[in-house]
Write a protein that binds this ligand. Structure first.
Ligand SMILES: [Zn+2]
Length: 184
């Protein structure tokens, strides 16, 4: 069969990319939580404690499909991030240097403190990315309370976290955007 190489892909005469170094699959799972924060540096309304119905998109990728022809079972992805996401639910996020930190932490539980940074959507996206990427890199098994468990596929990588603060505003943290760094 005749073939040609274009942009790292080997194309057959029928126009089908038989093999492509740059190709990979992406999957996403979305979570919704109620969450509060105060932006201590903000000159306007965001400096007041307030809440958002956050939508969090976890985007993972992999070059290969597993034995079930999936990048990763959605259930496994959910189990992987559930504790973190549930920890945000009805939490109040604050800057460690917030002058009102002490007063606001008297609320009690579910205070999330960011070291020296206001808990903007950008900061939260990076915070989630770092924790989920670390867990994903460990691989192995994930399980939930029912003891149901899934093995994370080899080569699974976290690509980005997108956090929707409102229906019209989101911020992303992208860990890497070069397909060349993908695991094989
Ligand atoms: Zn806000």
């Amino acid at each position: 069969m005749a073939s040609a190489t274009l942009r790292g892909c080997i194309w057959t005469s029928s126009g089908v990319a038989a093999e492509c170094e740059m190709s990979y699959f992406r999957i996403a799972k979305t979570f919704e939580v109620e969450y509060g924060h105060r932006l201590s540096k903000h000159p306007e309304k965001c400096r007041f404690p307030h809440g958002h119905s956050l939508k969090i998109e976890v985007v993972a990728r992999g070059r290969h499909l597993d034995d079930n022809d999936m990048v990763c079972d959605y259930k496994a992805l959910k189990m992987l991030v559930l504790d973190l996401v549930e920890g945000l639910d009805h939490a109040m996020a604050l800057n460690s240097e917030d002058p009102y930190l002490e007063d606001l932490t008297e609320i009690g539980e579910r205070i999330l403190v960011f070291e020296g940074e206001d808990p903007t959507t950008e900061v939260l996206a990076r915070w989630l990315y770092q924790r989920i990427a670390e867990r994903m890199a460990q691989g192995g098994w994930v399980k939930e309370r029912t003891q149901e468990r899934y093995r994370l596929p080899e080569g699974l990588e976290l690509e980005r976290i997108r956090v929707w603060e409102t229906s019209t505003s989101w911020a992303e943290y992208v860990g890497m955007d070069d397909a060349g760094t993908l695991g094989s």
